[in-house]
Each structure stands twice: as structure tokens, then as C-alpha cells.
Design a protein around this ligand. Structure first.
Ligand code: NAD
Length: 475
């Protein structure tokens, strides 16, 4: 076993230079020359060569290798978390917890891979009829900056344990974290089995255009997902798209407004609002709107930059200055269109791309803050007259990732999980759920299982085998 990073094979003009600037203080911390066309092609070719051998390794042995990868990630947890903190601004303890979760995911796939089995069918008495899973081949994994280690470990773990090879392109905004993770993992894998390419969308486009890829797994923005799906349509690669969300939160009459505000704040402000399932739109019943909004403003004021007091919650910066500018533009556009600012919404002085927890009310359906993912700490509120209006408006959206409903009414709970065309519906809790849950996003949020045991099905092709005894001469 040896390191699997593909070294530069040639220099050409199609390389991107990725400037890594820390959002904590704006300092330039690195300048990375991205992978060129030849390196991308070399990584894919090396992956194909390594995959043929890896597919023959017994599933139990592949599982054992995955368990070693989990240990390697735990051993490197401090370095990974520190790198992610510096590069994306995510608070170090949160980055560290996400690395632990990533190792846990590798352990899960280490256990699930060997028991991911086919079926025997009931055919003719003399026949053997089977359904078996086979690795698909080479998987291109394109991963985002907002969960760079845990998302990558999920995709890579499921692909590798089922006998595939992977070429991983981490986000340019978490390139140092992604390349470090690839190096940590590749040290325990056969040469070439995990290729690592680095760069921006141009490098990604080069990778997904490779006509020899079998699967493209993209976890990232809806716009990039659409472009990748178009590239895959031209080559025939299977796509798995886990893309952006515009998650609704419905706050029904009869719910405790303080508790609802706590839930809304966790959903909208955790990781500075940069979670795919962040709460993006809040529909609150008129009966409790005033109390809910007052409590939500208080929740926003408790989110602080720097050292928090006892009753405060620390919040990191947004990932990049351009990203902050985009979040702020969406907030300003909403205010220009008639929304009311109750908290935040003002660019703070000083270094770093910090943005305050922001509460907007009087939002209307046509505003971008309700129609599109904002990916910042912005709670956009719309006061509604009744539950029917809340459900109708929450459901009228092109995204389909997740939604939450806070309601004391079981009939409303039942109606809402049926009506919301999303992958995950949460009743009376914004985050949480049993281990192993795997949902399919819909619409603009993508397609295919991106997590859980079902991701093993996505990473394999099912083959039916019908086997009968040969007919020999003279019988
Ligand atoms: P992104 O799509 O810009 O980048 C993700 C990866 O795709 C990067 O490696 C990037 O370089 C590459 N890429 C971008 N454009 C490309 C193109 N045209 N062709 C090929 N590759 C391309 O996403 P991001 O900004 O890094 O991540 C944030 C987004 O990811 C948000 O929308 C968030 O909701 C979403 N996300 C979704 C999930 C989920 O499970 N649904 C999880 C995490 C993040």
C-alpha cells in the first residue's frame, strides 16, 4: 500500500491557481496550482488500473481497510480540523466534531460493505438464479466546502468499500483540507485507487467530461449540479446529485413561541447558516408571530463573533468575502423590496468575512430570500394567516431537500409530511434523526441517495445471473 496522489505529469496552460485566503482575517495563506488536463486524465487512468484489482479483494478485507481509514482520520483529526478552521472559518471545535463524525461514517461503511449482499431467486430446480451487486468502476467525487471532511468520507467510503476506485476533487474553498484528507486516506490504499485532483470549477468540468467515468457524485450547489448532469448526459456516467436546499420551517398556532424561536435560530444560524439543510424560509402563524419574532431577535443577538459570554453562542465568519457580499446583496434586495429588518443585516467593521445573525420579516414569496438558498445566517420570515397558507407556500418551491414543521396538531403533522415534496420532513425538531436515514432529494436539490446504506446500492450495479448445468454431447 502506498500514497495514491497523482503527481504532475506535465505543465499546461489550463491550470487554475487557487488563492486560499482565510475568512478569519482575510490573510492569504496559500496559493495552489490546480491540476491540469493531463493530471486529471492520469488520475482517472490510474484509478481504472487500480480498480480492476481492488474489485477482486474480498468484501471483508475491503471493510477492514475502511476501518483503517477511519482510524487514520481520527489520528489526523487535529490537523484536519485546524486546517478546515483556518481555511473555511468554521469554529475549530465544530470542525473537530465533524471530523469525528466522518471517521464514524467510515466505520459504518466498514461494517456495512461486507454485508451488502445480493439475493438468490426461486427459479427452476436445476438452475441457480442470483441478483448480485458489482462495483460500477471509477467514481468522480466532487465535494463542497461547507462539510469538507464528513461529506467526502461518506462518498469515498461507500464507493471504496463496494470495490470502486475514486478520483476526488475537493472544493477550491477547502482545497487544503481536501488534499490533506486525500493524502491521509491514500496512504492506506493501493496506488492510484484514490486519485486527488485540485482546482476550481474548471478542473471539475475537466474531470466530469472524462468519458471513461462510471459514476459522478456531486455534493454542491444546484447550478453546478445542473452543469455536471449535462456533462454526464454526454458521456453516460451515472450521476448522484446532492445539491442546494431552500428548507422551509412552518411554525403553527399553539406552539410555544420561545421554543419555536430557539429551533428557528439553530436551523438558520448554525455554522453561520452554511448548512445544506439550514432553515431558509420561516412561515409563522399570525397568532404567535409577535412573540416568536421577539424571541428570534433575542436569539440572533445571542450569536456573537469572538469570545462569547456565558449565555452567548459563538459564530464563525462566512467562507469568503465574495460569499458574504452575495449574502448581503440578497438581504439588501429583500429590504429594497419591502422586507423589514429586525436584527443584523449590517456589514461589521474589521477583518474577516463575518456576517451577523439576521432576522427579516414581511418577506414575500417573490423575494429571492424566499425563493433561493441564501447560505448565510439569515432568518427570512413570512407571517401567514393559517396553516393551509403556510403549507401551500412552503410546498411551492423548486427545491426538495428538507423541511420542518412545528405543530401541536397531529392532523397538520400528517398532512404536511404528505404534502412537502422533499427528501426529509422533520416534525417538531429542526435537526436530528435516527442513524442510517437516507433520503432522496428532489427537484433542484438533486437525485439519488447520497448517504446511508442505500448509497452502497447507488455505487454498485445489480446483475442477474441465471446458471443451469451444461448440456454435454450424448446426454
Ligand atoms: P459547488 O457546487 O460550487 O462546488 C462543489 C464541487 O463542485 C467543488 O469541487 C467545485 O469545484 C465543483 N464544481 C463547481 N462547478 C462545477 C462545474 N461546473 N463542473 C464541475 N465541477 C464543478 O458547491 P459549494 O459552493 O462548494 O457548496 C455549497 C453548496 O453545496 C450549497 O448549495 C449546499 O447546500 C450544497 N450542499 C449540499 C449537500 C447535500 O447533501 N444536499 C451537502 C453539503 C452541501
Amino acid at each position: 500500500m502506498s500514497g495514491g496522489l497523482v503527481e504532475a505529469t506535465s505543465w499546461d496552460e489550463d491550470r487554475e491557481v487557487v488563492e486560499v485566503r482565510s475568512p478569519l482575517d482575510g490573510e492569504l495563506i496559500d496559493s495552489i496550482v490546480g491540476s491540469g488536463r493531463h493530471e486529471v486524465a492520469a488520475a482517472v487512468a490510474a484509478a481504472h488500473r487500480a480498480q480492476a484489482e481492488w474489485a477482486r479483494v474480498p468484501a471483508g478485507d475491503r471493510g477492514a481497510v475502511l476501518a483503517r481509514l477511519a482510524d487514520a482520520v481520527r489520528d489526523a483529526a487535529d490537523e484536519l480540523a485546524t486546517t478546515e478552521h483556518r481555511e473555511t472559518g468554521r469554529p475549530r471545535e465544530q470542525a473537530r466534531a465533524a471530523v469525528e463524525a466522518a471517521a464514524g461514517t467510515l466505520d459504518e461503511y466498514a461494517a456495512l460493505g461486507p454485508v451488502h449482499r445480493g439475493r438468490s431467486l426461486n427459479g427452476e430446480h436445476d438452475a441457480t438464479d442470483l441478483m448480485v451487486h458489482e462495483p460500477r468502476g471509477v467514481v468522480a467525487a466532487l465535494t463542497p466546502w461547507n462539510e469538507p471532511v464528513a461529506v467526502a468520507c461518506g462518498v469515498l467510503g461507500a464507493a471504496l468499500v463496494t470495490g470502486n476506485a475514486v478520483v476526488h476533487k475537493p472544493s477550491e474553498r477547502a482545497v487544503r483540507t481536501g488534499v490533506l484528507l486525500n493524502r491521509v486516506l491514500a496512504a492506506h490504499l493501493p496506488e492510484g485507487l484514490l486519485g486527488s485532483v485540485a482546482g476550481g470549477p474548471r478542473c471539475g468540468a475537466e474531470l466530469v467530461a472524462d468519458s471513461t467515468l462510471d459514476v459522478i457524485a456531486h455534493v454542491g450547489s444546484t447550478a453546478a449540479g445542473r452543469s455536471i448532469a449535462a456533462a454526464a448526459a454526454a458521456t453516460g456516467a451515472k450521476t448522484l446529485l446532492e445539491n442546494g436546499g431552500n428548507d422551509a420551517l412552518i411554525v403553527d398556532a399553539g406552539i410555544d413561541p420561545e421554543h419555536a424561536a430557539e429551533q428557528a435560530a439553530v436551523g438558520a444560524f448554525a455554522n453561520s447558516g452554511q448548512i445544506c439543510t439550514s432553515v431558509e424560509r420561516i412561515y409563522v402563524h399570525r397568532d404567535l408571530a409577535e412573540d416568536f419574532l421577539a424571541a428570534l431577535v433575542e436569539q440572533a443577538r445571542r450569536r456573537v463573533f469572538g469570545a462569547p459570554a456565558a449565555d452567548e453562542i459563538p459564530m464563525g465568519p462566512l467562507v469568503a468575502e465574495e460569499h458574504r457580499a452575495e449574502v448581503h446583496r440578497k438581504v439588501r434586495d429583500a429590504l429594497d423590496a419591502g422586507a423589514t429588518l429586525l436584527a443584523g443585516g449590517v456589514l461589521p467593521d474589521g477583518d474577516g468575512s463575518y456576517y451577523p445573525a439576521t432576522v427579516l420579516t414581511d418577506c414575500r414569496p417573490e423575494m429571492e430570500v424566499l425563493r433561493e438558498e441564501v447560505l448565510g445566517p439569515v432568518a427570512a420570515v413570512r407571517v401567514v394567516d393559517d396553516f393551509d397558507q403556510a403549507l401551500r407556500e412552503a410546498a411551492a418551491d423548486r427545491h426538495g431537500l428538507a423541511a420542518t414543521v412545528l405543530t401541536p396538531d397531529m392532523a397538520h403533522a400528517q398532512r404536511s409530511w404528505r404534502a412537502l415534496r422533499v427528501g426529509t420532513v422533520k416534525i417538531n425538531e429542526v435537526f436530528g434523526g435516527a442513524p442510517g436515514g437516507a433520503a432522496q432529494p428532489r427537484g433542484a436539490s438533486g437525485s439519488g441517495f447520497g448517504f446511508g446504506p442505500e448509497l452502497l446500492d447507488e455505487m454498485t450495479a445489480t446483475k442477474v445471473v441465471h446458471l443451469v448445468p451444461p448440456v454435454l454431447p450424448g446426454t
